[in-house]
Design a protein around this ligand. Structure first.
Ligand code: HEM
Length: 413
């Protein structure tokens, strides 16, 4: 009988540095029921069939419930009202059609090729400045020195958040990322801290949206806030706030992980690092293979809205489902020699950005950031070497990435 504790072993921080042997065992039973009743789906074929299935719901987040304060007005009136509003205006990643599709349509209309292309110069100058800050040092921590500050600065630019407010955004993004981390979100202390961070960022956003409506500044938030002025459909204020928060949260830690996992993988494959340095045109291939081989998001959760038959195994209605994207990315039935990092694979149809209805809206922006950052690091760092392998990892099993990545260098170009 299949081991029904495999997924709890995946959640165990002791297995964070190398969960792939556990994924291989999970794939032996493509639809594996765990001892807590959840079902883990881990093969490429099974996940591909599920991501387009309308019987899968993303509305599986526990309802917001603000902690008691001892103040009767807050506990019996204001906070339950705030909870009702928050629950009714979940961000689109936690919504099903038709609400999901309408919200996603607004975002896509403001997140086109031109807007992403326009951020290219800003990303390059940020990367250059962050690397320049390391001049004179013989050790850097990639997470602290580059991967962490870069995406939050880029998202602030995308949304039109003033530069002076960026440090505050970093703190909010870090706290709220736990809401996307299914293994941490049930924890009471985390939920309390998330509510506090959510209230703080929501009131900041409310003021910023008001300012953007009065004086549009050409950024994404101004664009979203201006919609409806000439009669077309518009996004309500609460949805606008939750969308802006989602863009920050979904686009931050994920991109941090792609850059950090990317450099870690290249340092473990020095021949690939050298090739990337001498053939920068290889970058898009390298990034796609990284998204397959060391994806920043290992799994997402869903709920079955009806009985679902996958290759003869029934997932009953109401079951919590884990889509283990990172296991599907290493499925030998789909990829030859899947545990090999090989940017020259003929096709790399990975689930690094998910798939189907909820496919990542920020994929083009994430690719640009990773490409610019990794090319600059390979070109500018002299003789980079890992200080510890494996590095220490952050606790999250889904948003998985190193907490620190110490690299010794002999100089900077
Ligand atoms: C390397 C970086 C990134 C990775 C690996 C990544 C990964 C993902 C994945 C796996 C999903 C699917 C979630 C699901 O199926 O439940 C997703 C959705 C999403 N991502 Fe990303 N993401 C990245 C960067 C970004 C960026 C930069 C943004 C925006 C600034 C962004 C915004 C979103 C949004 C809004 C969704 C929800 C889409 C929907 O529900 O329709 N992501 N992302």
């Amino acid at each position: 009988m299949a081991d029904d504790t495999l997924f709890s072993q995946v959640l165990d921080p002791a297995n964070r540095a190398d969960p792939y042997p556990l994924y291989a065992r999970l794939r032996e039973t493509p639809v594996a029921r765990q001892s807590d009743g959840k079902v883990v789906v881990s093969t490429h074929a099974a996940i591909r069939s599920l991501v387009f299935d309308p019987r899968l719901s993303s509305e599986d987040l526990p309802p917001s419930r603000r902690p008691r304060t001892g103040n009767p007005l807050k506990d019996w009136f204001l906070n339950p009202l705030k909870d009702r509003v928050a629950n009714a205006h979940r961000p689109l990643i936690f919504r099903d059609p038709p609400a999901h599709d309408a919200l996603r349509g607004f975002v896509m209309a403001e997140f086109g090729v031109e807007r992403v292309r326009a951020l290219h110069g800003r990303v390059s100058s940020l990367v250059d400045a962050l690397i320049e800050n390391c001049r004179g040092r013989d050790e850097v921590c990639l997470v602290e020195d580059l991967s962490y500050p870069l995406p939050v600065a880029v998202i602030c630019d995308l949304l039109g958040v003033p530069e002076a407010d960026e440090p505050q955004f970093q703190a909010w993004a870090t706290q709220l990322a736990t809401a996307l981390e299914p293994d941490a979100r049930g924890d009471e202390a985390t939920r309390r801290a998330n509510v506090a961070a959510f209230d703080a960022i929501a009131s900041y956003m409310r003021a910023l949206i008001k300012a953007k409506r009065r004086h549009p500044t050409g950024d994404m938030l101004s664009g979203l806030a201006a919609r409806g002025a000439s009669g077309e459909a518009r996004m309500g204020e609460v949805d606008l706030i939750s969308t802006a928060i989602l863009l920050l949260v979904a686009g931050h830690e994920t991109t941090v992980n792609l850059i950090t996992n990317g450099m870690l993988t290249l340092l473990r494959h020095p021949d690939e690092l050298e090739r990337l340095k001498s053939e920068p045109a290889r970058a898009p291939r390298v990034i796609e293979e990284l998204l397959r081989y060391e994806p920043p998001v290992h799994f997402r959760t869903r709920k079955a809205l009806g009985d679902i038959d996958i290759g003869g195994t029934i997932i009953p209605k109401g079951t919590a489902i884990i889509l283990l994207f990172a296991a599907a990315n290493r499925d030998p039935a789909r990829f030859a020699d899947p545990d090999r990092f090989d940017p020259d694979r003929p096709d790399i149809q990975h689930f690094g950005f998910g798939g189907g209805l909820h496919y990542c809206v920020g994929a083009p922006l994430a690719r640009i950031q990773a490409e610019i950052a990794l090319l600059a690091l390979c070109r500018r760092l002299h003789d980079p070497r890992l200080l510890a392998d494996p590095p220490p990892y952050r606790p999250g099993a889904s948003l998985r990435g190193p907490e620190m990545l110490g690299i010794s260098i002999t100089g900077i170009t």
